[in-house]
Design a protein around this ligand. Structure first.
Ligand code: F6P
Length: 326
């Protein structure tokens, strides 16, 4: 029996390719389950401002393959203040909206926890290019970002090789180096620098020199933005210590845009779909508020609390493999 009649959906934090696919899955599944579904614009900012509209199946037509988020997003400062969270919860309650699907990363889930403490049922759908949520194998947007970086590296290689340069490519990922690690492995980077591993300058210089001695025409270093030393400083230091021309490339927000890959769309579909299944069926939920994740491409759910606290496991095996293969 379907007891829940009205639910809402929002996207929050950094946008990620595949968020639109997740919105579409949530909206269409909810309508198929006989629910009314409301879209909240600009994440928690819109929830505070009561920027909430009912959505139809047609509202999410033609968005599956588009990057960004049609609901827009924000990093809400106001939502850090309990008084504004009260306002947001009241905006849901006055419309008799009992549950909200929050699509985003760690900060989004923390915001969701605040709402759950005010009696709203919260369903988390993992979307961030950083892949920094420990309870799930993948977050929506990560695969697209990695593929974007790999494509950019292919282009950088052409010019780096022609000039016999060393190139540092700085990629996104504040405290989690997964974009750097996965794109570095997939691109055959000579060196991968991650926030999870202390940088050893002597070893770094030695690897650049050894690479040259082995006859490599160019050296590619993939560095996560969360690594302690600023990329400009590292470039100067490497150039002076190795005596080799060294360039730095920072693609920045380009990594967040673009059409989602098939994998990201699939993860969005299965997680968005399961979020609605569990809102329909309270008995199947691990807790009243929960988050959906994937193992491979199969969806599962944990309590929202577990999703927030579970630490991401560092892929030491991948890191070590990359060292050997380069
Ligand atoms: O969380 C995704 C992310 O793109 C991080 O990789 C990056 O550090 C951050 O967001 C940038 O945030 P903002 O869009 O607020 O500048």
């Amino acid at each position: 029996m379907n007891l829940m009649k009205k639910i809402a959906v929002l996207t929050s934090g950094g946008d990620a390719p595949g968020m639109n696919a997740a919105i579409r899955a949530v909206v269409r599944k909810a309508i198929a389950a006989g629910m009314e579904i409301y879209g909240v614009r600009r994440g928690y900012e819109g929830l505070i401002d009561d920027d909430i509209v009912q959505m139809t199946s047609r509202d999410v037509g033609g968005i599956l393959y588009r990057g960004g988020t049609v609901l827009r997003t924000a990093r809400s400062e106001r939502f850090m203040d309990p008084a504004w969270v009260d306002v947001a919860a009241e905006n849901l309650r006055k419309r008799e909206i009992e549950a909200i699907v929050v699509i985003g990363g760690d900060g989004t889930y923390r915001g969701g926890r605040e709402l759950s403490q005010r009696g709203i049922t919260v369903a988390g759908v993992p979307a961030t290019i950083d892949n920094d949520l420990g309870y799930t194998d993948y977050t929506i947007g990560f695969d697209t970002a990695v593929n974007t970086v790999v494509e950019l590296i292919n282009k950088i290689r052409d010019t780096s090789d022609s000039h016999k340069r060393t190139t540092i490519m700085e990629v996104m990922g504040r405290s989690c180096g997964d974009i750097a690690l996965y794109s570095g492995v997939a691109s055959g980077a000579d060196i991968i620098l991650l926030p999870e591993i202390d940088m050893d300058i002597a070893k770094l210089v030695d690897r650049v020199r050894t690479g040259r001695e082995l006859g490599k025409s160019h050296i590619l270093i993939v560095k996560a933005e969360g690594v302690d030393m600023p990329t400009g400083e590292l470039r100067e230091m490497l150039e002076s210590l190795t005596g080799q021309e060294t360039k730095a490339v920072i693609p920045g927000y380009i990594q967040r845009g673009g059409d989602p890959t098939a994998h990201d769309r699939l993860v969005a579909d299965v997680t968005g779909g399961m979020a609605i299944d569990l809102l329909e069926n309270p008995d199947k939920r691990p807790a009243d508020s929960f988050a959906v994740g994937v193992r491979g491409t199969k969806a599962f759910a944990v309590s929202l609390e577990q999703a927030i606290t579970e630490k991401a496991e560092f892929r030491q095996d991948l890191y070590e493999l990359a060292e050997v293969l380069s």
